[in-house]
Design a protein around this ligand. Structure first.
Ligand code: NAD
Length: 302
């Protein structure tokens, strides 16, 4: 992949475009050699505007990569039973290799039950306990997309992370915890910090690789960053700017941190675009697992 780090900024949009191209090449190869096209089904319950935008983007990128996209929009008052029936049908479909249920779900639906119902081999979000367990013990797994993107971004700044101190702020099941496993696999020494961590700035300053996945605008200040560190900012926070207009900021005070970091991801344009790119890669991986064929060379290392 060509260089995406310029002036210490890791360009997630450019990296995502490269991943998307590799996915498209892999899809073309599968079609030509094995005669099938990977398919991704996205289910949206309710009409949350942010979720609707995510779902639309996922569908668009899926078809751009040459895959089949199936979109299901269910009303906000859909029962849990109805949603579980939809998932059972998708589990049984030969055309659908990946299933993603957009979170959050309306109150009447238990997200754990929904995630449990997705066939683990079609669980392209990697949220099923089977996939979390496979990742934890080092077996082939479908791994959550955002942490996969974080590792790929960090490796653009430094190809080999072996021996580095990694500090992840945030211990969620969808970002912090799986990222800890992935960075262990990269031979980092991993610390997972969270809301109860004592002296967080001091812990953060130990990091050669600092990841913020908290959801607090600009929590991480410039002096929390060890000079020369790689900083990956997962946070997406909507704040009101001085002009009264809404804007997006990360969990890291970008301008301050940039002066100390060797490389840093911006918000927007860092981790965000990588999440969808890795979802596409996961869908191809899932399709290959289900069809019992090798992952195309184009996706090696993803
Ligand atoms: P979450 O709310 O599930 O978890 C937040 C974590 O931060 C918790 O583990 C909590 O212990 C920790 N935390 C909260 N306050 C803290 C504090 N003051 N100090 C230290 N730790 C604290 O959130 P999540 O789902 O992991 O998402 C985190 C952020 O990443 C959010 O802004 C979310 O929007 C964003 N996100 C972005 C993407 C993407 O594609 N870029 C994907 C997922 C999440």
């Amino acid at each position: 992949m060509s260089n995406v780090v310029h002036d210490g900024i890791i360009d997630g949009k450019a990296l995502a475009a490269q991943v998307q191209q590799r996915v498209a090449a892999a899809v073309a190869e599968l079609k030509q050699k094995h005669g099938f096209v990977p398919g991704l089904a996205v289910v949206l319950v309710g009409d949350d505007p942010a979720s609707a935008v995510y779902v639309r983007n996922k569908g668009r990128r899926t078809t751009e990569a040459g895959m089949k996209s199936f979109e299901y929009r269910l009303p906000a008052d859909t029962t849990e039973k109805k949603l579980l029936e939809r998932i059972a049908a998708l589990n049984a479909s030969d055309e659908v290799h990946g299933i993603l249920v957009q979170l959050p779900l309306p109150k009447q639906i238990d997200p754990a039950k929904v995630i449990d119902a997705i066939a683990p081999d079609k669980d392209v979000d990697g949220f099923h306990v089977i996939n979390a367990g496979r990742l934890a013990v080092g077996r082939p797994a479908l791994v959550p997309c955002t942490p996969l993107g974080c590792v790929l971004l960090a490796k653009q700044a430094r190809a080999d992370l072996t021996g580095l101190e990694a500090v992840i702020i945030g211990r969620s099941n969808i970002v912090g915890k799986p990222l800890a496993q992935l960075l262990l696999n990269e031979n980092c020494t991993v610390t997972v910090a969270h809301s109860r961590t004592r002296d967080l700035p001091e812990v953060a300053r130990r990091a050669d690789v600092l990841v913020a996945a908290v959801g607090r605008p600009e929590l991480v200040r410039g002096d929390w960053v060890k000079p020369g560190a790689i900083v990956i900012d997962v946070g997406i926070n909507r704040v009101e700017g001085k002009d009264g207009k809404a804007r997006l900021v990360g969990d890291v005070a970008f301008a301050e941190a940039r002066g100390r970091a060797a490389a840093i991801t911006p918000v927007p344009g860092g981790v965000g675009p990588m999440t969808i790119a890795m979802l596409l890669a996961n869908t191809v991986r899932a399709a290959c697992m289900q069809r019992g064929v090798d992952l195309p060379e184009a996706l090696a290392g993803l």
